[in-house]
Ligand binder design. Structure first.
Ligand code: ATP
Ligand code: MG
Length: 348
């Protein structure tokens, strides 16, 4: 068991890429470098928010952590065990150990409707996890356990024999959470888990996640486009751009003293809830799309869209290190924001 001091999840120099094959010759003609050397630690019972534009590699990173993608290199250490090395085994004690560990990492997806089998009742959806993973909950406990789980996520246990289409979007996401909790995970990866919900429903589901964390000691890797949501739920934040982390720190460090131009641009797009109370701030509009991860720019990957880029940025890759302020960033010319960052926009 990991103590609060050591991370529950440690990702070390992780690279995940997808081969591109020519349609004609079935030859490999290139690679999509979706995750290119990512490292971070997630302590037990804490939440790491992962942010970045569409296509920056957040989902690929999450899928690699849970073993749905195999990395080209790097380590995924869960409780000190490297899941990448273990995953080579199909049988025997190592494979059994991997199954036991994998059960402790569950994922909640953006679209609960697509991830819930429409032909199964809620009871069957939740019990399925126990059928596939025998030994977690004995069969005679299933009914009671389904009722407990539904109550825990704020659903009426009397509705256990209904089908997913009989629930609202927010309720379906609660079913997704109950299903994830069925295997008693220690780490839950939420990939845009509240993005498709209305703002008020979003806040209720977020509050449920916070309460579950307090009750069950869960750790979350929380992926979201919406920075105000990330701010509300995370203890730490990692900012991802084109397969790499460009800045990491505590939520406060990232939101009040971001030093990487990309983080500053992302934050400047966060709407201010009480504009009359907040000081005026500069909007940074990022021009152009995120470059292709097939052939990322040389040096700093952000330089093609950066208003501060210098010749050095094209020739020398900035590594994630302590440069300015009290948290790591990957920019040759980090600078504190000229104006104060927006005040907290909490969902709670
Ligand atoms: N199975 C795949 N085969 C080939 N390329 C892929 C595959 N999955 C993802 N990619 C590519 O990898 C890059 C990262 O994609 P990913 O889905 O991880 O980004 P993301 O940050 O989750 O984006 P979004 O915010 O839109 O969900 C993209 O360029 C994407 O096109
Ligand atoms: Mg994604």
């Amino acid at each position: 068991m990991s103590s609060p001091a050591e991370p529950l999840l440690s990702v070390r120099d992780l690279h995940t890429s997808f081969p591109i094959h020519s349609a004609l010759l079935r030859r490999k003609v290139g690679e999509v470098h979706a995750v290119s050397g990512v490292s971070f630690d997630l302590p037990a019972g804490r939440t790491l928010g992962l942010v970045g534009e569409s296509g920056s590699g957040k989902t690929t990173l999450a899928r690699t952590v849970i073993g749905l993608e195999r990395p080209r290199s790097g380590q995924v250490l869960f409780d000190g065990r490297d899941l990448v090395t273990l995953s080579g085994r199909r049988r025997g004690a190592k494979a059994a150990e991997l199954r036991r560990i994998r059960r402790q990492i569950q994922m909640i997806f953006q679209d609960p409707y697509a991830s819930l089998n429409p032909r199964l009742t809620v009871r069957q959806i939740i019990s399925e996890a126990w059928m596939i993973n025998p030994g977690v909950v004995p069969r005679h406990r299933w009914t009671a356990e389904v009722n407990d789980l539904l109550a825990r996520v704020g659903l009426n246990p009397d509705h256990a024999d209904r089908y997913p289409h009989q629930f609202s979007g927010g309720q379906r996401q609660r079913i997704g959470i109950a299903r994830a909790l069925a295997l008693r995970p220690r780490l839950v990866i939420c990939d845009e888990a509240v993005s498709a919900l209305d703002v008020s429903v979003q806040a209720q589901v977020l509050n449920l996640l916070v309460d579950l964390q307090a009750d069950l000691g869960l750790s979350y890797l929380f992926i979201a486009h919406d920075l105000s949501v990330v701010r509300h739920i995370s203890n730490q934040v990692a900012v991802m751009y084109l397969g790499k982390l460009v800045e990491t720190g505590t939520t406060d460090q990232i939101f009040t003293a971001p030093v990487h131009p990309y983080t500053q641009a992302l934050l400047s797009a966060v709407p201010v809830t009480r504009p009359w109370a907040a000081p005026p701030r500069q909007q940074i509009i990022l021009t152009g799309d995120i470059p292709s991860p097939v052939s990322p720019p040389s040096g700093c990957r952000f330089r093609t869209r950066c208003w501060k880029a210098q010749p050095r940025c094209a020739s020398e890759e900035p590594v994630l290190a302590h440069r300015l302020g009290d948290h790591p960033s990957a920019c040759h010319f980090p600078e504190l924001p000229a104006q104060p960052q927006p005040a907290a926009v909490g969902a709670r």
